[in-house]
Ligand binder design. Sequence first.
Ligand code: FE
Length: 358
Amino acid sequence: MKNYRLKRGYGVINVALFGLLVAGCSADKDSTAAVSEAVATDTVMDSIVVYSSRKEHLIQPVFAQFTEQTGIAVKYTTDKAGVLIERIKTEGQNSPADLLITVDAGNLGYAAAEGIFQPMKSAVINQNIAAHLRDDKDLWTGLSLRARTIVYSTERVRSSDLSTYQAIGQNQWQGRVCLRTSKKVYNQSLVAMLIAELGETKAEQTVASWVANLAIPPTSNDTKVMQAIAAGQCDIGIVNTYYFGRLQAQQPDLPLALYWPNQADDDNSGVHVNVSGGGILKHSKNPDQARRLLEWLASEQAQGLFAGLNKEYPVISSVAIDPQVISWGDFKQSSLSLSRAFQLQPAAVKLMDRVGYQ
Ligand code: FE
């Protein structure tokens, strides 16, 4: 119900906006770099500038609601995370940007390590967002949650055949596994988390066993993993939940399902999750208003829309979830600190290289 109401609101708000072109459909691909204004009005007193690697159609309706409620206009630029971080560094003190919004603790952690954020002092964020989904130095916060989990063929695999991330390396899966390239930050974060949980030796054995079970060379993206499974090239893979959501919405009879690994009572890990998130930039001219936007995005009223537009999970458990996302069932998530896991990313990259994961 809640999601329906929010979607209807999105349409109403759009009528009041400049005609904005909706670009692409992936939160992590290239997009246009043109600065767009979320709202056309001469009456707003304040404005902030957001650099976002989250795509325009995922942020624009949310910013429009923020402006409507606060009178603070939001200008934004979208591009790849790496491009935006370089741009912020190059612009230095002259940067017009107040906030960076991007996906994955790998990108957020990299931005923090490059020194482009300033610490946030926000009781709202500290209260609303679980500590493992925020930076331990308060340089960034998660704003929506995605799980990186197992997807399987409902035609050739029973869910009872599956158990843990580690078990993807068992002999029964020889020649039946599809994985996305190790070059993607999502897999670097996943392997960093495996190192944190299992130790480097066991994590390396695990990833090596996955590679040994590959049916085809690693694919360039998560959707291709699912398409390969649907086409019978492989039977299981690992994907972010929202990519499954998009494909399932396009093809309701998709012969695939999600599986939540590491759920046993005596398993103290759980499903690996990551976030989209943001941080206030060091040279922001409007840090208070930038913080207001982050706090608003972390509020109950914004969370359903912000997460639901991309079929993600809200970071506040009290907020209603998109019905399609609900249909995938509940899971126990790993409570590993994402900012700590980021510190293991260099080790993860080397590990994947050692085991020949391309
Ligand atoms: Fe993505």
